[in-house]
Ligand binder design. Structure first.
Ligand SMILES: [Zn+2]
Length: 253
């Protein structure tokens, strides 16, 4: 059973709030599940926006079940597979594929200094293509609209690999200390160091920081020694490093 099939069963069996944030370019539904312990704070976590990083979809399912069992405070929305078409491509044809079905890299398609990233490209590609304009893709629009609907106090984007956390994106001085404190809590909870992303732009995290003014972090899971796509056999060890994250973050918000 592949990861998308496992996600279908997980979704079917989820007894708490669940639904779809929208559709992919090929018409695949993009599911979310929610765990509500208290109304606030609200955290939105999205996974596998880069196709080949679908190890994070397994992580999402494990974290959601764990937070349902053990969480004490807050609400977490989990979007385990933000890029279902790309994940299919990565499973069945090209294990290194990152983009969506239209060869747009969704994590450079958000309206946050769009097109200014050091690695951006302007033609269809397995990675780094920014798209024709910001939010040109149905997946990025779905994430945008769902985020605006639930209005989280913070967001978490899971990627692979490298075991590090990115959090900066042109914050104002006052937001900088708040966001550093948030990122530092994630670093303490996971053991992953904070890192400067260099000149990236147009990412979901970037958009959350710049346009919504909330703390937003990107967590890269999986050792750099592993190759893409990281196999399911690594899901448990990755989960163990990330199992305290939402308890820690809902505590400090
Ligand atoms: Zn990524």
């Amino acid at each position: 059973m592949n990861v998308l099939e496992e996600l279908k069963l997980f979704y079917r069996d989820w007894t708490e709030e669940k639904g779809f944030i929208g559709c992919s370019e090929n018409g695949a539904l993009i599911p979310y599940v929610a765990v509500k312990k208290t109304e606030k704070p609200v955290i939105l976590a999205q996974y596998a926006i880069h196709a080949r990083e679908y190890i994070t979809t397994y992580l999402a399912m494990m974290q959601a079940q764990d937070f349902l069992r053990n969480g004490k405070r807050g609400t977490v929305y989990f979007i385990p597979a933000a890029n279902p078409d790309g994940i299919s491509e990565a499973i069945f044809t090209d294990g290194n594929y990152k983009a969506n079905a239209r060869m747009v890299d969704l994590n450079v398609n958000f309206d946050a200094r769009w097109g200014t990233g050091a690695e951006n490209v302007r033609q269809k590609s397995a990675e780094n293509y920014i798209g024709a304009f910001p939010f040109s893709e149905s997946e990025t629009r779905a994430l945008r609209d769902f985020t605006l609907m639930v209005m989280p106090q913070a967001t978490v984007s899971y990627h692979s690999k490298g075991e590090e956390i990115y959090w900066e994106f042109f914050q104002s001085p006052s937001a900088l200390s708040r966001d550093f404190r948030f990122a530092k809590a994630a670093s303490v909870a996971t053991g992953y160091p904070l890192k400067n992303a260099g000149r990236s732009a147009g990412g979901y995290k970037d958009w959350c920081v710049e346009k919504l003014g909330i703390p937003a972090i990107t967590i890269e899971v999986g050792s750099d020694l592993l190759s893409h796509p990281i196999g399911k056999e690594h899901a448990t060890e990755i989960f163990r490093k990330n199992d305290k994250l939402f308890a820690a973050l809902t505590e400090i918000l």
